[in-house]
Design a protein around this ligand. Structure first.
Ligand code: SF4
Ligand code: SF4
Ligand code: SF4
Ligand code: FES
Length: 665
């Protein structure tokens, strides 16, 4: 009896696939309309701008720089800091240029004596409320308040000086530290959390000199809906928000002769860490970093892309099996679409906001945690090491991974599988502390047995990368054809790009290959996938994830997808909360170009570009994961489960219900 087939949606319009995006604006700055235009004069320069353009943007267009503080190119403007004030013809008061849309012809002055004095007053007032010594601040040399103070000659405290801390310093959560004494109340963090991440964990509380950044009921971030993404840190202009720093702990482990200290390195930091050393965004330092890590004292330097490849094998198998069970056998316990699970910020987001969809999550651990489990078990045993003396460090673009490493279920080895997570910024600090200039290090390769990876592992670092890697493998496994026959150079471009949330449709050819021996006990054949149109979705930034989830709930186009990639951070991991500061769309695009270039270079160098071709992964299935992908051993080491957490709204609702129940009638 032949297996029933998946109903095939309409074929795509392009040669190999097509793309749709969610309707609506694709980013901040939606004020400007295409026409008509308005003439504007800025410091005597005449230009024409679309009606609704802010004075700040018009000035930029005219080549005039206006200083800013609460403005950030990723965010809608709030106009709270008044640093960007300008004189506008017809207006008695100075106007905030970032929040002034041009609707009629105006004459603007941006640097008159009156303006300079006003800016100086604003900056001096902020400094009078500021306690923090630049020389001990992690943002020294990369702080927008410090830059403004220098630019406006604030060399003394005209309005008073704080000589001791008056606000609390808190470890705000497992990943984020808040130092209110350094906060300028610009609200960039609040807007980031609400507008980019759709989480709404942060708010402004209090009045006057008690105004502060806080959370619902002033709870620590660990007790609210915060997903530990660190996006607020990346957009904070000062040292008020920083990531939990573990460099001292890692140095201590390196200096302890009883410890064997290994580090795995994710793809995104390599494309960005050069920015910490003054290089242009998108200058990769993969091979120089390996040498620096050995000089710093790590005993082994491994490539997280190895377990990215492993993730593709496990997650791809899970997807095929889920589709077969759900769509062919009618088993609804395996709901479709399957969601990716490698972004810990996204995992916590769905645990809080959409726990009813947890069965859609792939059970695969993230590549970081798969790596940790392998290091403390198989690697330790092969090398005669006591796992208690193996210190497993991960270099990540991400502060959510600090939280993930501490999740109680991440102990497959009987120990914490990952002991410390360093961000790209922390590694840059350690490199400098060791007297090294990263860009000048000679290149060197990763160490075996986890030093071999494919180009598919590399592209995990960008939005759409996990999906592309999965499709490269699934298409080859199912059709038995080289993916290059379907997409030039195996570049699955329909899933690439920076659109907020997108759907791509790919029609499989009418030919199928044999089921590989490792999967033969799971699926009888691929006939049910002949000529099928596969629908996949990609979303980055959890505000976009929320849009997709609401679309799914409403039975919209995303509910028809078979597989959806979710990344918590804008741009994917390359825009992670542990990456160099600043961040903006151009910087993220430059990092993505570096990642795709490294993937392409793998092909040029004769290295594998598809996860299933990674010889080290094939060997692992031969030596350790002998019952195959999704088997008992891999389930123990490489898969996990999730926790439905709910939101404080749920908590308030439950408390109200309790009060009602107990209330006298
Ligand atoms: S870490 Fe992310 S979720 Fe948490 S407060 Fe910051 S932006 Fe919001
Ligand atoms: S914590 Fe940072 S981003 Fe948030 S309001 Fe303060 S200075 Fe601005
Ligand atoms: S997208 Fe990447 S950097 Fe951001 S939370 Fe997920 S894993 Fe971390
Ligand atoms: S940058 Fe315009 S008001 Fe702050």
């Amino acid at each position: 009896m032949s297996a029933p087939t998946i109903p095939t949606p309409p074929a795509p319009t392009g040669p190999a696939g097509s793309v749709h995006t969610l309707a609506g604006p694709t980013g901040p700055g939606g004020l400007a309309s295409a026409s008509p235009t308005v003439p504007v004069t800025i410091d005597g320069r005449h230009i024409e701008v679309p009606r609704g353009t802010s004075i700040l943007d018009a000035a930029k267009q005219a080549g005039v720089r206006i200083p800013t503080l609460c403005h950030h190119p990723d965010l809608p403007d709030s106009g709270v800091c008044r640093v960007c004030v300008v004189e506008v013809s017809g207006q008695r008061l100075l106007q905030a240029s970032c929040a002034y849309p041009i609707t009629s012809p105006v004459d603007v002055k941006t640097h008159s004596p009156r303006i300079r004095q006003a800016r100086r007053d604003v900056i001096d007032l902020m400094l009078s409320e500021h306690y923090g010594e630049c020389r001990t601040c992690v943002r020294d040399g990369n702080c927008e308040l410090q830059d403004l103070a220098i630019e406006y000659g604030s060399d003394r405290y005209r309005f008073g000086e704080k000589t001791e801390p008056t606000r609390r310093l808190e470890k705000f959560g497992p990943s984020v530290v808040l130092e209110m004494d350094k906060c300028v109340l610009c609200t960039r963090c609040v807007r980031t959390c609400a507008e980019i991440q759709g989480v709404h964990a942060l708010t402004v509380v209090g009045r006057g000199d008690r105004t502060a950044i806080s959370t619902f009921a002033d709870l620590p971030l660990s007790e609210v809906v915060c997903i530990n993404c660190g996006q607020c840190i990346n957009r904070c202009p000062t040292g008020a928000l920083t990531a939990v720093d573990v460099t001292d702990e890692v140095w201590a482990a390196i200096e302890d002769p009883t410890k064997h200290v290994v580090i795995q390195t994710a793809p995104a930091p390599r494309a960005a860490i050069g920015e910490e050393f003054g290089l242009e965004p998108g200058t990769p330092l993969t091979w120089q970093m390996n040498t620096a890590l050995r000089e710093i004292g790590f005993d082994k330097v491994f490539d997280t892309n190895f377990t990215a490849d492993l993730t593709i094998i496990e997650e791809g198998t899970e997807l095929l099996l889920r589709l077969y069970k759900n769509l062919v056998l009618g088993d609804s316990s395996q709901p479709v679409p399957q969601f990716t699970s490698c972004s810990p910020g996204w995992v916590k987001f769905i645990e809080h906001s959409y726990p009813e969809y947890l069965p859609n999550m792939s059970t695969c651990k993230s590549p970081q945690q798969m790596f940790g489990a392998l290091i403390k078990t198989w690697y330790a045993a092969r090398n005669g090491l006591d796992p208690a003396n193996v210190v497993s460090v991960a270099l990540m673009p991400c502060v959510a991974k600090k939280f993930e490493a501490g999740r109680p279920e991440m102990t497959a080895s009987g120990h914490a599988d990952v002991d410390y997570v360093l961000t790209a910024r922390e590694l840059a600090t350690m490199t400098r502390q060791h007297g090294l200039s990263l860009p000048d290090m000679p290149p060197s390769d990763f160490d075996d047995p986890f030093g071999t990876a494919s180009g598919s592992g590399v592209i995990f670092g960008t939005t759409g990368g996990v999906m592309e890697a999965a499709l490269r493998t699934v298409l080859e496994l199912v059709t038995g054809q080289a993916v290059e026959n379907i997409f030039d150079h195996a570049d699955i471009t329909p899933v690439r790009g920076f659109d907020d949330a997108r759907i791509a449709e790919l029609t499989l050819p009418d030919v199928v290959g044999p089921v590989p021996p490792l999967l033969a006990h799971l699926v009888p054949n691929w006939d049910w996938l002949r000529g099928v149109t596969v629908k996949v979705g990609v979303a980055h930034g959890t505000a976009n994830a929320r849009k997709v989830m609401e679309d799914i709930k409403a039975g919209g186009p995303f509910s028809e997808c078979h597989f959806i990639e979710f990344m918590a951070c804008p741009g994917g991991c390359l825009g992670g909360g542990g990456q160099p500061i600043p961040t903006n769309l151009e910087i993220r695009k430059a990092r993505a170009r570096a990642i795709y270039a490294e993937d392409a270079a793998y092909g040029d160098q004769g290295r594998a570009r598809k996860s299933h071709e990674n010889p080290a992964v094939v060997r692992l299935y031969g030596e350790l994961l002998t019952d195959g992908p999704g088997g008992r051993i891999s389930h123990h080491l490489l898969h996990t489960h999730y926790t439905a957490r709910g939101t404080y709204i749920d908590a308030v609702g439950a408390a109200r219900a309790e009060i009602k129940e107990g209330a006298p009638c």
